[in-house]
Design a protein around this ligand. Structure first.
Ligand code: SF4
Length: 226
């Protein structure tokens, strides 16, 4: 039997576990959206755009990030625009497209919905610092795997950023370097969605990932370059 079909396989049990967490996150999304009289897709659009305040996003980018069709995204965007939560401006990257961004009213609605931690956030809080860091690393590996296979859009993670130098420092607390802010940082500070991210070219991405993985296995083999 394939490992993924064996009901006792580790793969399947991890997937089961992830699906339970995903279910709780959906409940959190419903509760946050209800606070603001929106549906979860509309609320997710506000969250997504809050992290893209500088540039905004095109409809097709919003659809891709949310994993919904463009017509579904368009319906939600139009509803949010009618509420005054979004504005459309000409997209500087494409003269025929529009860029969608949050209005101050949209930001306020988002803050109201996020006023309280959801159940998933509380479950993360129940982990100790080392467990949270381990979970972050596992998530980064899984997200990168999906991204490299074009299953999800490019995520603005340190491990795919041209400003990222893994294990550039001998300090085990802060081994990595961000050249954007020109500062060292630690494992627990690795970003999953950074506004300052610039995607590295494929060769640089692959080299950084190789160095990052090698450092995870043996931090001393990579550290001490400075
Ligand atoms: S700019 Fe952001 S994503 Fe890039 S290395 Fe620095 S913190 Fe990470």
């Amino acid at each position: 039997m394939e490992p993924s079909k064996n009901p006792l396989s580790l793969h399947l049990r991890i997937r089961d576990g992830l699906s339970r967490i995903a279910m709780v996150m959906r409940v959190d999304d419903w509760n946050a959206a209800k606070t603001t009289a929106l549906n979860p897709t509309q609320f997710a659009i506000l969250s997504l755009l809050a992290a893209r305040a500088r540039t905004g996003l095109a409809v097709k980018e919003i659809a891709a990030h949310l994993g919904v069709s463009q017509p579904t995204a368009t319906d939600s965007i139009n509803a949010l625009e009618r509420k005054g939560y979004l504005r459309k401006t000409p997209d500087p990257r494409d003269g025929r497209a529009v860029s969608i961004g949050l209005t101050p009213e949209g930001s306020e609605a988002l803050l109201a919905g996020k006023a309280e931690d959801g159940l998933a956030a509380q479950a993360v809080e129940a982990l100790d610092g080392g467990e949270q860091e381990d979970l972050l690393l596992c998530l980064i590996k899984m997200i990168r795997h999906l991204q490299e296979r074009d299953a999800i859009p490019v995520q603005r993670m340190c491990v795919t950023c041209r400003f990222f130098s893994p294990y550039a420092h001998s300090d085990s607390e802060r081994p990595h370097h961000c050249h954007f802010v020109d500062a060292p940082f630690g494992q627990s500070e690795l970003r999953v969605d950074c506004q300052d991210h610039h995607e590295a070219d494929p060769a640089a991405r692959a080299a950084a990932w190789t160095a990052f993985k090698a450092g995870l296995t043996d931090p001393h083999s990579q550290s001490g370059k400075e």
